[in-house]
Design a protein around this ligand. Structure first.
Ligand code: FCB
Length: 474
């Protein structure tokens, strides 16, 4: 065992209140497989990943982690790790094939069983309604750039809330609408692969509108379920020190303003009732006059939330430049260690981004709904994965969470991304984010050193004291 693995856990564990939610997260298309089973119809990701050149190595989610067939043993694995919550997503095309019409009972039954199995194992379920798998028929009808999709989503949200809402500890409408809108319809690196800035802005609005409309349908069906949205937020810093006063200082500050504007404030401001930030409205004017924003929309989007989900991976460091698509901005690297995604490891960024939400927006409980790292894991001759870099990432980011709690931020939970290796979107199976290793040939699951460390931390937190050999043994 390494120093990291044996480092005492008590100090970190006791920094979290007894009811803190420690979990892990996944998403439907990334793990389920079984794409044609029990009445599921295709999503935009089935179509996109089947198109040559879209996904690394031609990978698709057809089999993925085969979780659809292995759900009971996967939940048993979560129990063995001592997880205190599990965040999964619901595949819209399983529950409401084609995105309209009645519920598909066989598709819904899978999530019904998942929720019950989690509860039987003492693991509170947190569901995300939309983690990027739009039914293809809705894309053919215009996708997220079309207003109607927001109404379809709200109806689907109500169906799920009606069926599962009484047993969920959290219900998240959208996962990272920035990605759905700007990667799906702007840069085209995610499904449906469109490259149209105007469509991307319309998509961002209709995703937020769908969230706001869902507040109504969800509260009508399941008034007690904690309701929220998950945003991917990036602390954004200038590539010069705070004291820098060169002639391009103002240009640096403007680069920060622009990227913070379109990445963070474009979503946070309307969700918190401030409407779209006027400076960003100006920035995007040459692309769109936002004629799709109708009177009353921003009030709908401002529906009260019970918590804000934040996904954090890294920080943006920017300079004035010519980054394509974000006129006048360049993204810098600082030479920090990076993950296999090329993302700089920056736990202080997690502190900064949450602190900013706490300082600048109305008080709301915060839950980190994703945080994690991909590394090129190697399975040793001993059959173990000694993923020390991931373990250190996890430890240091949890340290940032502990500091936020000590500083009075109302932070209720942390979900590691991800429970297990899975289909990492355009990168396919090449990028491994799991605490648990998946051998895709055999579907064998092996908890990595990071999973064992997390399990030990959670056991220490639960028991108030460390177990001699950890909960998974020596
Ligand atoms: C987030 C996604 C999640 C996963 C991680 C690495 O943007 O929500 O599904 O791909 O990145």
């Amino acid at each position: 065992m390494t120093d990291l693995v044996t480092e005492p856990l008590t100090t970190l564990a006791t920094a979290f209140p007894p009811d803190f939610t420690f979990g892990a997260a996944t998403a439907a298309y990334q793990i389920e497989g079984a794409v044609t089973e029990d009445g599921r119809t295709p999503s935009i990701w089935d179509v996109f990943s089947a198109e040559p050149g879209r996904v690394h190595n031609g990978d698709t989610g057809e089999v993925a982690c085969d979780h659809y067939h292995r759900m009971p043993s996967d939940v048993a694995m979560m129990r063995d790790l001592g997880l205190r919550a599990y965040r999964f997503s619901i595949a819209w095309p399983r529950v409401q094939p084609g995105g309209r019409g009645p519920v598909n009972a066989r598709g819904l039954a899978f999530y019904d069983r998942l929720v019950d199995t989690l509860l039987e194992n003492g693991i509170p379920p947190w569901a995300t309604l939309y983690h990027w798998d739009l039914p293809v028929e809705l894309e053919q009808a215009g996708g997220w750039p079309a207003r109607e999709t927001a109404y379809r989503f709200a109806e689907y949200a109500g169906l799920v809330a009606d069926a599962l809402g009484d047993r969920l500890s959290g219900l998240i409408t959208m996962n990272e609408p920035w990605c759905s809108a700007f990667l799906g319809y702007g840069s085209g690196v995610h499904a449906p692969g469109r490259r149209d800035g105007t469509a991307a802005l319309a998509a961002s609005h209709h995703l937020l509108l769908g969230h706001g409309l869902a507040a109504e349908s969800v509260r009508a069906a399941a008034p007690a379920v904690p309701f929220g949205i998950t945003l991917n937020l990036y602390p954004t810093s200038p590539g010069v020190p705070p004291t820098y006063d060169g002639p391009d200082r103002a240009a640096y500050d403007d680069a920060v303003r622009r990227i913070d504007g379109i990445s963070n404030r474009w979503f946070l401001d309307p969700v918190f009732g401030r409407g779209y930030p006027s400076d960003v409205v100006e920035d995007v004017r040459s692309t769109s006059a936002l004629e799709f924003v109708r009177d009353g929309d921003t009030d709908i989007i401002a529906a009260p939330i019970d918590f804000l989900g934040i996904n954090y991976y890294t920080r943006h460091v920017v300079a004035p430049g010519a980054y394509p698509g974000s006129a006048g901005v360049e993204f810098l690297s600082r030479g920090f260690p990076v993950t296999a995604m090329g993302w700089e490891v920056d736990p202080d960024g997690l502190y900064d981004v949450i602190r900013r939400v706490h300082d600048d927006y109305p008080a709301v409980p915060i839950v980190v709904t994703e945080n994690g790292s991909a590394y090129e894991d190697v399975m040793g001759a001993d059959g173990a994965v000694h993923d020390e870099a991931r373990l250190a990432y996890l430890r240091d980011h949890l340290g940032a969470i502990a500091r936020l709690i000590a500083d009075g931020v109302d932070l209720r939970g942390y979900f590691a991304w991800s429970l297990m290796d899975n289909f990492e979107w355009a990168f396919g199976y090449d990028k491994r984010f799991g605490l648990v290793h998946v051998d895709y040939a055999t579907q064998q699951r092996t908890p990595k050193a990071s999973a064992r460390w997390y399990a030990d931390l959670l056991a220490t937190h639960r028991n108030g004291t460390e177990l001699p050999n950890g909960i998974l043994g020596p």
